[in-house]
Write a protein that binds this ligand. Structure first.
Ligand SMILES: C[S@@+](CC[C@H](N)C(=O)[O-])C[C@H]1O[C@@H](n2cnc3c(N)ncnc32)[C@H](O)[C@@H]1O
Length: 207
């Protein structure tokens, strides 16, 4: 493994297995093993849990990291995950047209990387899951997208993640009444303050 690969992963994994725990919790409710992760940077934790993951990022450091394919496989192999993992990386911009199949992936990941639900949903299967955190406004974007229905929330306490699927009507309630539109979200590029604030949300693609 290249020294830079190890260094980038050590920095990414500074909370020792945090993302591994997150994706392990999420996997308990995802039906399938194919994942699309736009804006992934070097977060390879989905491959510790899911068999086939396509990562995508515009950053040249991510490009160099994934170019060390043997090094990345070595890191993944340390985690006792699925056999025969498939790891693909696209160096590109997720807001443009992507040479990826439509309605294909079981899980679309949107963590701290902008309006991924807006640009990449066509690649998610109907019935597939969007994992999204509230940073950068993508939860609010998904909440007003008719293609999505809230299916769960991911809570974090004592370094443990768990998925809850009950009382979902008590989430996504803005603290201050306000009109949430695509235009207002593009303008602010920030999340909405909700009365409850789980770590992340799970939406099912329904249309
Ligand atoms: C804050 S990092 C988050 C990385 C990772 N999702 C995580 O949670 O650790 C945001 C990443 O999104 C990438 N990104 C932002 N806009 C992008 C775009 N339009 N296309 C591809 N990648 C993008 C950046 O290059 C960066 O690596």
């Amino acid at each position: 493994m290249k020294k830079k690969t190890a260094e980038l992963w050590a920095k990414q994994d500074k909370h020792g297995g945090d993302r591994w725990r997150l994706f392990s919790a999420v996997a308990t409710v995802v039906d399938g093993d194919t994942v699309l992760y736009p804006g992934s940077y070097v977060d390879i934790a989905p491959s510790f849990v899911f068999r086939s993951v396509t990562y995508l990022d515009i950053d040249s450091r991510a490009h160099r990291f994934f170019a060390d394919a043997d090094g990345v496989r070595e890191l993944v192999a340390e985690h006792d995950g699925p056999k025969d993992v498939e790891i693909a990386f696209i160096h590109g911009d997720y807001t443009g047209a992507l040479d990826l199949p439509e309605e294909h992936y079981d899980l679309l990941v949107s963590l701290y990387a902008g309006f991924i639900s807006e640009h990449c949903t066509s690649h998610l299967k109907i019935g597939g899951t969007l994992l999204v955190n509230p940073s950068h406004g993508d939860v609010a974007m998904a909440s007003i997208d008719p293609r999505y229905s809230l299916a769960g929330v991911v809570k974090l306490s004592d370094d443990k993640y768990r998925v809850e699927t009950s009382d979902l009507d008590t989430y996504l309630i803005p603290k201050k009444p306000q009109a949430v539109t695509i235009e207002s979200l593009h303008k602010t590029r920030r999340g909405i303050a909700y009365t409850k604030s789980p770590f992340a949300y799970l939406f099912t693609r329904v249309a």
